[in-house]
Design a protein around this ligand. Sequence first.
Ligand code: HEM
Length: 230
Amino acid sequence: MSHSNVEKGILRYGWWSRFNHWLIAICFVALTLSGLALFYPAFFGLTSLFGGPTATRIIHPFIGVFMCFFFVIQAVRFFKANLFRRHDVQWARQIRDVLSNRDDRLPPVGQNNAGQKLVYWVFLFSVPVLLVSGIIIWQPYFAMAMPRELLRWGAMIHAYVAFIAIITLVIHVYSAIWVKGSIRAMTRGRVSRAWAKHHHRLWYDEIVRGEKQGDDTRLPATSETTRKST
Ligand code: HEM
């Protein structure tokens, strides 16, 4: 299947990338709600969403492990697109222009901008830390076997890193809503050529070069160019 299509636009995320992403997103929101319910008395009422306090305590770590499985797949698939390049430094330096919607002043970027890349790396750091610290404090399976001091550290690290991950998610969702057309990219998979050119010029140029050469294999793995998109 061709990567770009005059009527349908350019394929940014194939069906598997989208399915995987939304599965992670649902799990992450469930983890946030159940985690807050367990950690802070003010949010205790949220336990009713998961069938009560005991059920919440049981379900929370299982959702975490389930999410990690799909997270690893996503992290591997999106890895290359999130490596920092020289042009990202200039984009980051102009963060004031980004926040003031002065897009015309920004340097061209690749498939992801420096902000998206930073979000990727914060998640890549925080999810494994949450997994390991979560396993350490997981009752009744592992916590019993852990020294008291390690349990204390585990609980503290789990809470702080969860806070970082939740704030990062809020920023991620906010920017997805803010940049018009982003949500569509993750729901339908395709973006308009104008959108790609405006927000990710270097990525767009790469696609155009690929079209001219009739070569889709140089395009990003997240686009699943070799698979049929739904
Ligand atoms: C309700 C929650 C979420 C919403 C509404 C959301 C929305 C989106 C949207 C619209 C995009 C496409 C952006 C673009 O291509 O310009 C995207 C990409 C992405 N999302 Fe999410 N997302 C959510 C949760 C998550 C979570 C929990 C993670 C990881 C733990 C995550 C990781 C990513 C990654 C890695 C990308 C690809 C862009 C990049 O590499 O930075 N998202 N998301």
